[in-house]
Design a protein around this ligand. Structure first.
Ligand code: SF4
Ligand code: SF4
Length: 351
């Protein structure tokens, strides 16, 4: 028998805006959703589960990840229940449930905890700079070391166990028995969705947003590669230097547009910004901008006299790598891709 959690809607409100009492179950939202089908019927099903407090059903469902938040359902809802924002809130809630450390939930629910975490990271970087007498070469050496170490530690210690937990809930606990071959066959789905997020194109009028996301994902991943593995800040190779400039510029130009929409709230999807949405776009913008300026200072031979600029870049990087990537909205990028992968595995299991 399904377990009912009477506290669920109250808990969910901490993850976003949703009026549980507004929905009268008309089904307009599901009818208008271009991504919903008979097998994966949302958002109405998720609205009902939420209202009834069926949190176990939500935890084992991939549906919240199959929504790419176009906002059509919210615009169509006659009761202004905002089902699109509910799906977004469920994704935040699920992120907290997958996370074995519990920090995701804490940071989503508490603004004070988030601010403390950001300040703590900044204090650690400044403290480290002072300990090293603000010696640029030493700080840059350890900054570069941090990039490599953070990727490895965050991936193996946080993200991988959380993905495993998501798989356990949505595939195994849900009772799907897929042969090992299904996991190999579905791998293409994971790669394609991770790099292209092509499901966004299934929503009407989403082409430009998809294009911006594509540019952002490719620029972000390639800048990561350029700085970590091609030593962008120390290389003398002209081609690598130019590539890094282009990648970082793409990041801050595209994210500037995202921040602008969130401020002017001109679209359904940018009407409600949870603090985690703002950290994500603002920090991504700062990542691109500060990396660009640091390399510019290097090429103008003025970074030695402006160590503070590298420290600012390092603070942004450490906050990004230790807060937003493992526990914040960055994880949506990963969970969405794995949701498509698990979804395909389930399809193969059913076949
Ligand atoms: S969320 Fe709105 S559109 Fe969807 S079933 Fe409820 S009232 Fe109808
Ligand atoms: S936001 Fe768009 S994709 Fe998501 S449930 Fe609503 S209509 Fe469907």
């Amino acid at each position: 028998m399904a377990r009912i959690n009477p506290e669920f809607t109250d808990e969910l409100k901490k993850y976003g805006v949703f009026d549980a009492n507004a929905c009268y179950n008309c089904g307009n939202c599901t009818a208008v959703c271009a991504l919903s089908d008979e097998e994966n019927s949302f958002p109405r099903k998720m609205v009902r589960y939420s209202v009834l407090g069926l949190d176990d059903e939500i935890k084992t469902s991939l549906d919240p990840w199959l929504c790419y938040y176009c906002g059509e359902c919210s615009m169509t809802c006659p009761r202004e229940a905002d089902p699109g924002e509910l799906m977004m809130s469920l994704r935040r809630w699920l992120t907290a449930k997958y996370d074995w450390t519990g920090l995701s939930g804490l940071l989503y629910k508490s603004l004070a905890a988030s601010i403390t975490a950001f300040v703590l990271m900044a204090a650690i970087v400044i403290g480290f700079g002072a300990y090293e007498h603000f010696n640029l070469q030493t700080i840059m050496y350890y900054g570069h070391f941090f990039e490599k170490a953070a990727i490895t530690i965050v991936f193996f210690l946080i993200l991988l166990p959380n993905i495993f937990h998501m798989w356990w809930l949505t595939v195994i606990k849900s009772g799907y028995k897929a042969p090992v071959s299904a996991y190999f066959k579905a791998l293409g789905e994971l790669i394609v969705h991770m790099f292209t997020q092509k499901r966004t194109l299934g929503c009407d009028n989403n082409q430009f947003r998809w294009f911006e996301h594509l540019i952002l994902v490719l620029s972000y991943l390639s800048l990561l590669f350029t700085t970590v593995f091609l030593d962008w800040f120390t290389t003398q190779h002209l081609f690598i230097i130019i590539i890094g400039y282009v990648e970082s510029a793409f990041i801050f130009v595209v994210t500037f547009d995202f921040v602008r929409h969130r401020i002017i709230k001109d679209k359904e999807i940018s009407k409600h910004s949870h603090p985690s949405d703002l950290y994500f776009v603002i920090w991504l913008f700062l990542m691109g901008l500060t990396a660009f300026i640091v390399r510019l200072f290097i090429d103008l031979y003025i970074l030695d006299n402006n160590v503070w600029m590298y420290l600012v870049q390092l603070i942004v990087l450490v906050q990004w790598a230790m807060i937003i990537v493992p526990f914040g909205k960055w994880t949506h990028f990963l969970y969405r891709s794995f949701a498509m992968y698990f979804h395909r595995i389930i399809e193969l299991a059913e076949e």
